[in-house]
Design a protein around this ligand. Structure first.
Ligand code: NAD
Length: 371
């Protein structure tokens, strides 16, 4: 099976290259075992790009990202570049990619693997079997709205302004992503805003409802205020399937949901843009964690978040759902077998290195295709 898909891999900084190396082995496994070949190109982003080119991402790399079927990024940043001016920092490379690729929908799954139930701070019965998807609007709302700024008033006191602003197309395109996802999952969308106190919330609710009624009546739609959603996520998270919300509430709620599941080293994400005329949708996949300078270079980082980001890429950009299942099932089986990197291990439990976790995943993939 030749996929003929162009992947751009951007390992980045710190543990980024370490965890990406294990994804590289999974890609090679698909090539040799399943004859599934991708056109893979690797490039620099973040501090690595600053060191080589003086900028956190070059125009040429951005052009490659725009032309790729999907981009997989490791992590950016680290103490070496902390003193650079804001505009030159490694993180600007990632922000530029998100902006230039117009990635407006951020997908953050929160899945609680059975073997890691005890790693959650919540009771096992609350999180066991948890599988929710938070869709956060990523390019609009209060983080980008104008007017914004801090001004000094005539009496010498100061005033700060940010503007929460959304338009019909901005709301509808992200809601569409949520409805489409729900159709492939358990068929439920919960739309979250503060329509009780914010006009932008009123518009959000009306537009999501109108799109639902016109095009997605088969999906069960509910609405919830963001403060209630924050409570429900810790009270009874399994009531949710897909949650769709704006940039600010999504920022908070996706971190809250992520922590239901235990370690940062387990959390993948996807950011999606619009589909072009051929149906190809711009997309960037990345683990939620950063470059973890405290453990970089030690070979002990957990590669699972990056591997699961690759699985999301298989599912959402390459339409290879069965292959994504293979990878996700391998992760589940390896965890069930008690294989743990240091971030997942209970005190006194035996731990494996990044490479050994990769070995265990590949062995499990082999086992699955033989079964
Ligand atoms: P971080 O996510 O890098 O690390 C937080 C903690 O989690 C650390 O103790 C780290 O060791 C641990 N951790 C993270 N990923 C892990 C993994 N895969 N396996 C095992 N342990 C893991 O966040 P931070 O320390 O706040 O930030 C470090 C650097 O990363 C900063 O420069 C920050 O700006 C950058 N950052 C980048 C991204 C990104 O690239 N998307 C995201 C967040 C932070």
């Amino acid at each position: 099976m030749a996929a003929n898909k162009k992947l751009l891999i951007l390992p980045g900084d710190g543990i980024g290259p370490e965890v990406m190396a294990e994804v590289g082995r999974v890609i090679d496994w698909f090539g040799s075992t399943r004859a599934l070949r991708f056109e893979v190109e690797e490039d620099l982003v973040g501090g690595a790009a600053i060191d080589a080119h003086g900028v956190p991402v070059t125009d040429a790399t951005v052009a490659k990202a725009m032309a790729a079927d999907a981009v997989l990024l490791g992590a950016v940043g680290g103490p070496k570049w902390d003193d650079l001016p804001f505009e030159c920092k490694p993180e600007r490379g990632l922000l530029r990619l998100r902006k230039d690729m117009a990635l407006y929908a951020n997908l953050r799954p929160a899945i609680c693997f059975a073997a890691l139930v005890s790693a959650s701070t919540l009771k096992p019965e609350v999180v066991a079997g948890l599988d929710i998807m938070i869709v956060r609007e990523l390019t609009g709302g209060v983080y980008f709205g104008t007017p914004r700024g801090i001004e000094t008033l005539p009496d010498g006191t100061r005033r700060a302004i940010n503007t929460q602003v959304y338009t019909t197309p901005e709301i509808r395109r992200v809601a569409r992503v949520a409805f489409e996802l729900a159709r492939k999952r358990r068929g439920k969308v919960c739309s979250v805003e503060k329509a009780n106190v914010m006009e932008s919330g009123v518009l959000w609710r009306e537009e999501v409802q109108a799109l639902h009624d016109a095009e997605y009546p088969d999906v069960a739609l509910s609405h919830m205020y963001a403060d209630n959603c924050a409570m429900q996520l810790v009270r009874n998270p399994k009531q949710f399937d897909v949650i769709v919300t704006d940039n600010l509430f999504g920022d908070l709620l996706s971190d809250e949901a992520a922590m239901l599941t235990g370690s940062l080293g387990m959390l993948p994400s996807a950011s999606l843009g619009d589909a072009d005329e051929t149906g190809r949708r711009r997309a960037l996949y990345e683990p939620v964690h950063g470059s973890a300078p405290d453990i970089a270079g030690q070979g002990i980082a957990n590669p699972i978040a990056c591997v699961l980001s690759f699985a999301m890429m298989l599912r959402y950009s390459l339409d290879l759902g069965a292959e994504a299942d293979l990878v996700e099932n391998a992760v589940r089986a390896v965890l069930d077998a008690g294989v743990r990197t240091a971030d997942l291990a209970a005190p006194g439990e035996k731990t494996v290195s990044t490479r050994e976790m990769g070995d265990a995943l590949l062995a499990e993939l082999d086992r699955q295709v033989r079964a």
